[in-house]
Design a protein around this ligand. Structure first.
Ligand code: HEC
Ligand SMILES: [Cu+2]
Length: 388
């Protein structure tokens, strides 16, 4: 026992110091960072009722543990010191003491019940997803998110915008490295927003720490969460279920707008969708298709097939020089619409518009070493879809 005492003592000091530090500095730190601000030890407090409830339960448990820790260790050290052998103290030798048995059963049971009551009321708040003002469907894809404003007819993909050059160190890393997306989820402030979360391929998890929301996105299943955010701004999170090669590259970004601004944004989105729909019938030129196609390729395809089109040997096939890419248009369109079952090549039918699909196919057929010399139009993609 004596030999072990120093180690025991130092770990005790470390534990209580940390507990004390957490308690005292609970409110320090900046709330806009994932996992709290720099130097913050405690969990972030967040901006919603749910995150607040989680934080309060956490602090309560923290203090209960601190008090128990101080009493138990204090008593232990007192006993070790006051009743040590060198003083000639003899150990008491009693068994099956009824009073002690009852005390050490009843006291912990009461403590546990005392902890269960606030924990349950916090859980009830977390799962209170009834009567939302707005429903958002959140779908996890490998490796991006899709958001649909149910009832408003608006649906968009949210993909990481950080370039491959930054990721592979060919360019300096930007300020929002791995935290920037093509289109954040936009929600109104001061409204109860319900998130209906699901997965398209494998299990992902949608996490926004400041909202106190973290829910698995499971294919074939909907999980629900909610948030009412008062303060407009950008809130950042990420996928927290290991979902494959691109797991670290699917950030969650939510933009909370004042209600009036949200409504303006919604109207603009609807108009944009209408304008976009009207371009499906248009004849696109080679230059237009190349310009649009390159953008789509860099965001949606380059992560696997690489900016050079050369793929990664043994994992992602090269699209530069590929027989399918250079073959009949329908074969290529088919791969994008249907994906390749059982492989990472997913169906893009629900993720990209007909215009995007036509453009990216055209781009690939006329980039790097490929030069097929035809024109792929959005109408070709639409016809292919309709014929299926
Ligand atoms: C998540 C990784 C991933 C992404 C993103 C991806 N692909 Fe693929 N792609 C694959 C894999 C894996 C295959 C091989 C499938 C098989 O045949 O097993 C493939 C095959 C292909 C092929 C067939 C190539 C050949 O010669 O066999 C084409 C064409 C293609 N992808 C186009 C695209 C386009 C266009 C995009 C972007 C819109 C895209 N891919 C995005 C992983 C990906
Ligand atoms: Cu994921």
């Amino acid at each position: 026992m004596l030999k072990r005492a120093p180690a025991l003592f130092s770990s005790l000091i470390a534990t209580t110091t940390l507990m004390f530090y957490n308690g005292v500095f609970a409110k320090a730190g900046d709330d806009s960072e994932v996992g709290g601000g720099l130097g913050q030890l405690n969990m972030p407090q967040g901006v919603t009722d749910v995150s607040e409830a989680a934080f309060e339960v956490h602090m309560l448990m923290m203090w209960i543990c601190t008090v128990i820790g101080v009493i138990v260790f204090g008593f232990m050290f007192y006993v070790m010191y006051a009743h040590r052998k060198s003083r000639g103290v003899e150990a008491a030798n009693f068994h099956e003491h009824l009073g002690v048995e009852i005390a050490w059963t009843v006291v912990p049971a009461l403590i546990l019940i005392g902890m269960a009551i606030p924990a349950t009321s916090a859980l009830l708040k977390v799962y209170d997803t009834d009567n939302p003002d707005i429903d958002i469907k959140v779908t996890g894809y490998q490796w991006k998110w899709q958001y649909e404003h149910l009832g408003a007819g608006i649906k968009y993909m949210s993909e990481m915008r950080t370039s491959q050059d930054e990721i592979w160190g060919r360019e300096p890393k930007g300020e929002h490295y791995l935290r920037e997306v093509t289109q954040p989820l936009v929600i109104p402030a001061n409204k109860k927003v319900r998130f209906l979360i699901t997965g398209n391929d494998v299990i992902h998890s949608w996490w926004v720490p400041d909202f106190g929301v973290k829910r698995d996105a499971v294919p074939g299943l909907f999980t629900a969460a909610w948030a009412r955010v008062e303060k407009p701004g950008l809130y950042v999170g990420e996928c927290t279920e290991l979902c494959g090669k691109g797991h670290a590259f699917m950030p969650v970004v939510v933009e909370v707008k004042e209600e009036a601004d949200y409504n303006i944004w919604l109207t603009e989105k609807k108009e944009e969708a209408a304008v976009y729909a009207s371009t499906i019938g248009k004849q696109w030129s080679h230059a237009e298709l190349m310009e649009k196609g390159e953008k789509v390729y860099q965001i949606s395809c380059a992560g696997c097939h690489q900016p050079s089109g050369d793929g990664i040997a043994g994992v992602f096939p090269a699209v530069n020089g590929s027989a399918i890419v250079n073959g009949p248009a329908d074969g290529h369109i088919g791969i994008l619409i249907n994906g390749v079952a059982g492989s990472a090549m997913q169906s893009f039918a629900d993720q990209l518009s007909e215009v995007d699909i036509a453009a990216v196919i055209h781009y690939k057929r006329h980039s790097w070493g490929n030069n097929v010399g035809d024109l792929i139009q959005p109408a070709d993609v639409l016809n292919f879809k309709n014929a299926q």
